[in-house]
Design a binder for this molecule. Structure first.
Ligand SMILES: NC(=O)c1ccc[n+]([C@@H]2O[C@H](COP(=O)([O-])OP(=O)(O)OC[C@H]3O[C@@H](n4cnc5c(N)ncnc54)[C@H](O)[C@@H]3O)[C@@H](O)[C@H]2O)c1
Length: 314
């Protein structure tokens, strides 16, 4: 890979997501210019980047990567002035995002791509404030962005196809797995898929069919293992044996339609929330969060390494 150190990425908003993005961009050899108006933000960002760095070292740093390439500015204009790419990760509030995007658009060079990490605000609802709305898009990561490869790229009504292409290439070039979502829908794609599963999981707890820990076991020791490797459609194809997807749909399509008709809907009432919180606490035991997170991240790193070494997995 060529040296990246002359190229600068702006990270605007350095909370949970922005800090993780900043660490990842630094690890890929870029200079990162960051800004966040919260008191103590610079110190928090530097601590978070330091905390991520050993993991990023294990993943493999770009030859130009250095924590010293992190700049912090007290204003948006200085942060974006020399950036070729902006990753906005400010608070998820429409009016604030619109104001921030207006500021970024006014200050950034016209050809600089502006991506927002937004989980739920359609880009069409913020890009009308811009002089150059064609370079604005969603680049939605999965938490934590320095570990999880998926980035959902979504354009709005005024986004150019060229900007989508450039963003797809940029994310792929830094080792991410971008997917292009062709229409703006609430929750993009991956969170909608999660929401579908969460609805049924919570319904099954509500109905007393299975406990929180049994449902976690059902996914973590069952389909979740295969989903991490293939995704739902290739799994269906393989479940069809020699006949593939065609046979699967013919053979299991009718029972699946029958199950769909039986799936539940839930409302998150205070009582149901309390049941879920209580069962999760019982399942993980007190004070064990840090060990679970450390073990999850360690196994995730190994899994990412193994996946990268197998070229027929998507
Ligand atoms: N947390 C998640 O799991 C997750 C996952 C994917 C995407 N996202 C998206 O990422 C974005 C950030 O979420 P988060 O979880 O990091 O939130 P967060 O609250 O941790 O961070 C937001 C940061 O923005 C800063 N900020 C406030 N006003 C600002 C301004 N005018 N300019 C720049 N920064 C400003 C805040 O001080 C804060 O540090 C949101 O749009 C969210 O939808 C979150």
């Amino acid at each position: 890979m060529h040296a990246q150190n002359s190229k600068k990425i702006a990270v605007v908003g350095t909370g949970i997501i922005g800090a993780s993005w900043a660490a990842y961009f630094l690890a890929r050899g870029y200079t990162v210019a960051a800004t966040d108006p919260a008191p103590g933000a610079q110190q928090r960002l530097r601590s978070l980047v330091d905390a991520c760095w050993p993991t990023l070292e294990r993943m493999g740093l770009h030859e130009s990567a250095s924590i010293d390439r992190l700049e912090f500015h007290d204003n948006v204009a200085a942060t974006v002035a020399e950036a070729f790419f902006i990753q906005e990760s400010g608070p998820e509030r429409l009016e604030l995002k619109r104001e921030l995007m207006r500021e970024l658009d006014a200050a950034a060079p016209a050809e600089t791509l502006i991506a927002t990490s937004s989980s739920g605000i359609p880009i069409s609802q913020v890009q009308d404030v811009a002089r150059h709305p064609e370079r604005m898009l969603i680049g939605h990561p999965f938490n934590p962005p320095h570990l999880i490869p998926l980035v959902e790229v979504v354009g709005g009504e005024a986004t150019s196809l060229q900007a989508i292409d450039q963003a797809m290439q940029f994310y792929a070039g830094i080792g991410k797995k971008p997917i292009h979502i062709r229409r703006e829908v609430k929750g993009h794609v991956a969170n909608r898929l999660q929401a579908a599963l969460w609805r049924e999981a919570i319904y099954l707890v509500q109905e007393g069919v299975a406990s929180v820990s049994d449902i976690d076991a059902a996914i973590a020791h069952g389909p979740g293992l295969r989903w991490a490797l293939l995704g739902p459609f290739l799994n269906m194809h393989l479940s069809g044996g020699a006949g593939g997807m065609d046979h699967f749909l013919e053979h299991l399509g009718p029972p699946i339609e029958d199950w769909w008709a039986d799936l539940g809907t839930v409302t998150l009432t205070p009582e149901l929330n309390q049941t879920l919180v209580q069962q999760v606490n019982e399942a993980i035991g007190a004070g064990d969060m840090a060990r679970i997170v450390a073990q999850r991240d360690a196994v995730l790193l190994e899994l990412l390494r193994l996946k990268a070494a197998h070229d027929r997995l998507p």
